[in-house]
Write a protein that binds this ligand. Sequence first.
Ligand code: UDP
Ligand code: MG
Length: 139
Amino acid sequence: MSDDITFSIIKPDAFSRGDAARILFRIAEAGFTIAALKMIHMTRAQAEGFYAVHRERPFFEGLVEFMSTGPVMVMVLRHPDAVERFRSLIGTTDPAKAAPGTIRAEYGTTVQRNAVHGSDSAENAFKEASYFFSAIEIF
Ligand code: UDP
Ligand code: MG
């Protein structure tokens, strides 16, 4: 894996509304290629492990509860400068403040239910991808 990957999740809010395919289309249209993709329903413990870095934050409990409410789509995406390019495609954490046309502005509803996850650094992209996929599952 190079620095040109990022890791993303189509979160339970977007998935349950049937927006997963539309969001995938937006991602493909922006030039990202899919290096790995699957649907999973995280247990609470799996969501806690994924967001372990946030465990001291006041929103942690609500976040892991939400992330384990239903199926999600986890994926590894490839693009030059993948982390930064993907963060600009999705917009800021709060959909109400996200730039018009970003995925969170379009599909997110609250700070918590913001439709998609995107890694914040190349190092975390690698860690997060490895949390859900083995090396031979990433193309
Ligand atoms: N989150 C939340 N309340 C907050 C801040 C964040 O529920 O006050 C959730 C939200 O779903 C966000 C995730 O926690 O996407 C991780 O937070 P982070 O600050 O890493 O934002 P992101 O990197 O996803 O933009
Ligand atoms: Mg983050």
